[in-house]
Ligand binder design. Structure first.
Ligand SMILES: [Zn+2]
Length: 260
């Protein structure tokens, strides 16, 4: 069964991990910009983007994984200086080959500063008709996710263009009610593969994607294959499994023509 991992951070993982992803069926990924370190200014952010687009796409391709890229300012990676410069260049940078989304954007603690940066990036997604990958935090998830959903509604971006990420039992009903896409990140500190399988069983496969959110912290290159195992054990249909691990990502990121 082919896997499209809808949200990873390839720059944080070594060659062997990318190879393991490939060996266990990953055929495509979206690798997202994030909070690599304390960005001192706009140039560090642009260098991070350049690495994703060049070096990491090369490493993924060499491991037989089709790379797609999301560019944006992560709420924990807002540069000390030069946010305006990054945001003013972002529309042009998003036109590059293999870039399919604005992301990872979102809120971490929900400060006014974060809300402003999120709002401006959702507006860019709306103006360019590009999908947006929206992070929600572990701490105070329900409260901060509510703020995220308020900003999405205020900007008026189409919900076809929004995936709310790191959804768990605390916010799944609210995201369902909103009507956007949702992603379940299977990670030791987020949800287990078993929980993900149970959520798919309860809420169905409509507008749901699984991702590993592979990053520099504790995460598991086999999380999606393990979730597939759990979904099979629960008797979830092959069609629904394929939707949450491949087809829905192809549809959301609108990349069918780029895949074999
Ligand atoms: Zn992430």
């Amino acid at each position: 069964m082919p896997i499209f991992d809808s949200h990873i951070h390839a720059d944080t993982r070594g060659w062997e991990d990318l190879r393991t992803l490939s060996l266990f069926g990953t055929r495509a990924v979206v690798t997202c910009a994030h909070d690599v370190f304390d960005f001192s200014g706009p140039q560090s952010v642009f260098d991070h983007y350049r690495r994703l687009l060049n070096f990491d796409c090369f490493r993924l391709r060499t491991n037989h994984i089709r790379p797609f890229v999301a560019l944006g300012i992560h709420p924990e990676g807002i540069p000390h200086d030069g946010v305006d410069e990054v945001l003013s260049r972002l529309p042009e940078l998003l036109q590059q080959e293999s870039v399919v989304a604005v992301g990872e954007i979102g809120l971490q603690n929900g400060s006014d500063w974060e809300i402003d940066v999120l709002r401006r990036q959702l507006q860019i997604g709306k103006d360019l008709n590009l999908p947006c990958i929206v992070h929600t935090p572990q701490k105070n998830k329900a409260e901060v996710a509510r703020l995220v959903m308020d900003v999405i509604s205020q900007v008026g971006i189409s919900l076809d263009l929004v995936v709310i990420d790191h959804v768990d039992i605390r916010i799944i009903e609210a995201v369902r009610d909103l009507g956007s896409w949702m992603a379940l990140s299977i990670q030791p500190f987020k949800i287990s593969e078993k929980e993900a399988a149970l959520l798919v069983q309860s809420y169905g496969s409509q507008r749901v994607m699984l991702d590993s959110d592979l990053a520099g912290g504790m995460s598991d290159v086999l999380s999606i294959p393990k979730a597939i195992f759990e979904m099979k054990t629960l008797g979830i249909s092959a069609e629904d499994i394929r939707k949450v691990t491949y087809d829905n990502a192809v549809a959301f990121y609108r990349v069918a023509q780029c895949l074999p």
